[in-house]
Design a protein around this ligand. Structure first.
Ligand code: PLP
Length: 442
């Protein structure tokens, strides 16, 4: 049994919780104190099935011994090493290892500590790349409505979630957005990639015509938008974005913070959807969630363009105190080893048809207006209550938690992304709990 004595000694007020309704939470807290495999343990000793891999990150399940041991051993050997003008072997090993996993031409890796930092880093690299090539007028970024790219100023600006933007006034200037691809009339209850919507990519041509290609540095999209409710790209959509970017010299950045490391049934969304980006951001599953770390994969073309000037010059004035932190590198290497030895990405692909049938089995539940899926991800959208958007989704979240199931609520959409080690019996249990709860909601 986990030790829960802290409950009586801690004051709930001091901690300002992220992306949380603090006052509501502190009235009725939900506390997690342990985690192993597919399950959390609450402070009341209840087991909770983790339907969203922590926060889309614990792809190999919780508390994996080999990862814990790698972190422990590295902490004993060298707790920290600066990454500025110094190196340590694990950073180089991890970068090399990652490039064998990354699609095609992505053969260089820069390290940061969170998805948000990875996104802002990728945007800055895009600017620096164009400047290095004498195209310094390319400063504009194109994101997408309902995109989530973290909480840095760059990521917030290219993201397309109104609640993440409206509180902060002016964001990064010179940003425009593609339309999102969610369309209930055309695509409700699609299995896998929807067939309608490829033409939405043509809006990029319109933005190019409006702003001129010479002002546009990069387009950034999630191959599958996760945080806004699992929006799977229509067939052909990403290929078309790729074509338009290539035609106009615009870099295409895939934000794979969620879609990386097996989530869609392949190493990365780029592989799953067969489209090659110029840069890719990764985080979350990189260390199986055990230590914060993110990475940016770039092509040799981008890297080489910046390797200019006198050899003693720092080529990119960017980096973090904790870039390539030794504990994170150790955790990432152990995670990649685990993914490989347990063939977890293949496992996700093999389980995907069972998962798809299971989640679509909720189609006739009360107020369900859409179900979307790809790999081991699903979004189940509930009709909003009149005048109270997200209330039904929140009630579903709270009641499921009481019934021993955790998922990520995003508005009225239930986002599911279980660890890739989930068993069929656990999928059945998850679906049964969810179905009962949904049917019991008004
Ligand atoms: C696609 C995407 N990009 C960036 C982020 C931000 O990552 P972090 O919370 O680690 O900063 C997230 C987080 O969910 C994400 O889903």
């Amino acid at each position: 049994m986990p030790d829960t004595t802290y409950r009586t000694t801690n004051d709930l007020q001091s901690y300002w919780m992220p992306f949380t309704a603090n006052r509501q939470f502190k009235e009725t807290p939900r506390m997690l104190v342990g985690a192993k495999g597919m399950y959390y343990t609450t402070d009341e000793g209840q087991e909770v099935l983790d339907g969203v891999s922590g926060m889309w990150c614990v792809n190999a399940g919780h508390g994996r011994e080999s990862i814990t041991e790698a972190i422990r051993a590295q902490a004993g050997q060298m707790d920290y090493a600066t990454a500025f003008q110094m190196g340590h072997p694990l950073a180089f090993e991890l970068a090399s290892r990652l490039t064998t996993l990354l699609p095609g031409a992505l053969d260089h890796v820069f390290f940061a500590n969170s998805g948000s930092e990875a996104v802002d880093t990728a945007l800055k690299i895009a600017l620096a790349y164009h400047r290095a090539r004498g195209e310094g007028t390319r400063t504009r970024f194109i994101g997408r409505e309902r995109g989530y790219h973290g909480v840095g100023f760059g990521g917030t600006a290219v993201g397309g979630i109104v609640n993440n933007r409206k509180q902060f006034g002016n964001m990064l200037g010179g940003v425009d957005h593609l339309p999102h691809t969610h369309n209930l009339e055309q695509n409700a209850f699609s299995r896998g990639q929807p067939t309608w919507g490829v033409e939405l990519a043509d809006d990029l041509e319109k933005l190019v015509a409006l702003h001129d290609a010479s002002t546009i540095a990069a387009v950034i999209v999630e191959p599958m938008a996760g945080s806004t409710g699992v929006l799977v790209p229509p067939v052909g959509y990403l290929d078309r974005l790729r074509d338009i970017c290539t035609r106009h010299g615009i870099l295409l950045i895939f934000d794979e913070v969620i879609t990386g490391f097996g989530r869609t049934g392949a190493s990365f969304g780029a592989e799953r959807f067969g489209v090659q980006p110029d840069m890719m951001t990764m985080a979350k599953g990189l260390t199986n969630g055990a230590v914060p770390m993110s990475a940016i994969g770039t092509t040799g073309t981008i890297y080489d363009a910046l390797m200019e000037g006198p050899p003693g010059m720092i080529e990119l004035f960017h980096g973090y105190t904790y870039s390539a932190h030794p504990l994170a590198c150790a955790a990432a290497l152990a995670s990649l080893e685990l993914y490989e030895s347990e063939r977890l990405f293949d496992r996700a692909a093999e389980l995907a048809p069972y998962w798809e049938d299971a989640v679509h089995g909720l189609k006739d539940c009360k107020n369900v207006i859409d179900i979307r899926n790809i790999g081991l991800v699903a979004g189940i959208e509930l009709a909003p209550r009149d005048g109270a958007p997200a209330a039904r989704g929140y009630d579903c979240f709270v009641r499921c938690f009481a019934e021993g199931l955790l998922f990520r609520q995003t508005g009225d959409t239930i986002a599911l992304a279980p660890p890739l080690i989930i068993e069929k019996g656990e999928i059945d249990r998850l679906i049964e709990t969810l179905g009962n709860v949904i049917n019991g909601l008004d």
